[in-house]
Design a protein around this ligand. Sequence first.
Ligand code: PCA
Length: 325
Amino acid sequence: MRTINTLMTATALTAAGAVAATADTWDLPLAYPATNFHSVNAAEFGACVAAATDGAIEIVTHPNGSLFAGNDIKRAVQTGQAPIGERLISAHQNENPMFGIDSIPFLATSFDDHERLWEAAGPAVAEILDAQNLVYIYSVPWPPQGLYFKREINSVSDMEGIRFRSYNTATARLAELTGMRPVQIEAAELSQALATGVAESFISSGATGYDSQVWESLTHFYEVDAWLPRNIIFANKQAWEALDEAQQTALRDCGAEAKAAGLQRSRDYTDFTLDGLREGGMIVQRAGDELMEGLREIGATMTEEWLENAGDTGRAVIEAYRGSN
Ligand code: PCA
């Protein structure tokens, strides 16, 4: 796989008359489809790096879990199997509670609040990644998370027993506390899981529902704005240290551009994909009061649980966020 891609890249560059012989190919595994805004953004980041390094670093994206499944990407980059990768960081909350700070229900429910939360949390998360042999490059939020079902749901008790696709610790816990049955499934496998009935419900953005054409299996999307989880692009530390200073600056600068462009893409994709779900035939609406009340109670429990796990570090970050309003 790697050899074929390297050859293809070299051929493409030679055909374009560029300096293929000196180009260093950096495979960038992604968990989400090529058309998803995170993947488009990562490809643009790659083009930026190629331009800023005069073609010395050629970043080749591998969307949809094609090189490594989402759940394997972080370890692959930590161990140097891939020099760079993108991962939904909250999926690794079991390693450190700080990785799950973006998935505390109803703590930060808008893009603006979420960015403020990340201002407070980002440096601490980057430090934890550093201790895991990873260099934080940039990160981008998903749109607000809502609930997908195949029938009308008006309260938490309506959710009893439903098979619920989870993607991180918080989503699995939410399933437990609502009496649903969690099953962990990668976004790349979501359409199939819904089509076969392995899962019949999930929480996510309009983006992932749209990407997975879930209107083929499901009927309702409830806007809940539970949280906005974040994808982080990080590099393997040895691969990073092998770069010269100008190349590291190029990655940092392109990362800063990608952070801003990705945030805008996420904002733009929110309404676009909710409209797409409607066009697919789904009922898209805000969750009713009774459902929201039940979810808020569960959210309060999950917030307490997170604070207990995260200890002083976590509490300090939450306080900094709350004080920054
Ligand atoms: N999409 C990703 C994570 C959050 C989101 O909006 C997913 O469902 O896997």
